[in-house]
Design a protein around this ligand. Structure first.
Ligand code: HEM
Length: 281
């Protein structure tokens, strides 16, 4: 995923500059990485197809295999199933992992917010693990995840659109066929909508907090192409976060520097992030 991320960044920047003809460094590494991904995803599908009833079960792959066209009764082709699995893996894996990485850094650096999240998790779950039905009862924990995504949006700059007609934005006339980049990073740090925009303040996302204009917060994009996995992603992240807090206290090792975000399709921390985990009794 890291190799593919770097290659995608290069391609995006150079296709933006109209330099598609330029020989690209890392092309062989990109092909190898893509091969690895294809084998991984293809292997899962092949193992499932080898089972007696591949469409039994309740996961995404089983559902894709069970799908039938209402008019013709046709199943998805092998290629369609593979492509759907690849896009789900690519879109859903690194983004969620990146969001949780930044979230854990935020909690490690903000002990009061972490203590409140831990108390909420303990009160709601006691000594059992969370399930999908518990997320709604964890508003503070959910707010910490949302606030971490505001400060460090996993996709900070790469929502692209082409204009199909002439439009005017803020006094600028934009011709048809222009490439536009929407940048959650900039929107999420705009002091017009966010008081003390660089501070970690989960209460901004508690029920009843003042509304911000539509589009001021868009970690999952917006409009007809909004992230199809956004509700699943929130559920998954809150459950993983709750499981982590049940088992560990997060702490910053002494002398930890402020993290430096780097754009590599997703927003990655330069040099990784350091946290210390203490097992809870
Ligand atoms: C924190 C986690 C996630 C973030 C921040 C995120 C972010 C985004 C964003 C910003 C877009 C819109 C791109 C655009 O408008 O051009 C998008 C689209 C998409 N996301 Fe996510 N996503 C996350 C998790 C997931 C998950 C878990 C899945 C699948 C299970 C997923 C599947 C997709 C797909 C398939 C699209 C394309 C939708 C379309 O074009 O109709 N994402 N995501």
């Amino acid at each position: 995923m890291q190799v593919l991320g770097k290659a995608a960044m290069f391609e995006l920047v150079f296709s933006f500059a109209g330099l598609d003809w330029l020989p690209r460094p890392g092309r062989a590494a990109r092909q190898r990485a893509l091969g690895t991904m294809r084998k991984l995803v293809g292997g899962h599908i092949a193992r499932r197809r080898a089972q007696a009833d591949p469409a039994a079960g309740d996961d995404l792959l089983a559902r894709l295999l069970a799908l039938r066209d209402e008019a013709t009764g046709e199943a998805l082709s092998e290629r369609e199933v593979f492509d759907q699995c690849m896009v789900t893996f690519q879109a859903g894996h690194e983004t969620t992992a990146t969001a949780l990485t930044w979230w854990s850094r935020m909690l490690a650096g903000h002990p009061e917010a972490a203590a409140r999240a831990r108390a909420e998790v303990d009160a709601v779950l006691g000594d059992r693990d969370p399930g999908p039905g518990d997320a709604a009862a964890l508003p503070w924990l959910s707010a910490t995840v949302k606030e971490a995504m505001r400060l460090y949006p996993p996709l900070p700059a790469l929502i692209t659109r082409h204009t199909v007609g002439e439009i005017t934005v803020g006094g600028w006339r934009i011709a048809p066929g222009a490439s536009l980049y929407l940048t959650p990073w900039v929107l999420h740090h705009d002091p017009r909508w966010w008081e003390a925009p660089d501070e970690f303040r989960p209460k901004r996302f508690l029920p009843g907090a003042p509304d911000v204009p539509r589009g001021a917060y868009m970690p999952f994009g917006i409009g007809p192409r909004v992230c199809i996995g956004q509700h699943f992603a929130m559920l998954e992240m809150v459950i993983v976060a709750a499981m982590l807090l049940r088992r560990y206290d997060l702490e910053l090792p002494e002398g930890t520097a402020e993290p430096v975000p780097v754009l590599n399709v997703t927003l990655r921390p330069r040099g990784g992030l350091r946290r210390r985990l203490h097992r809870r009794r």
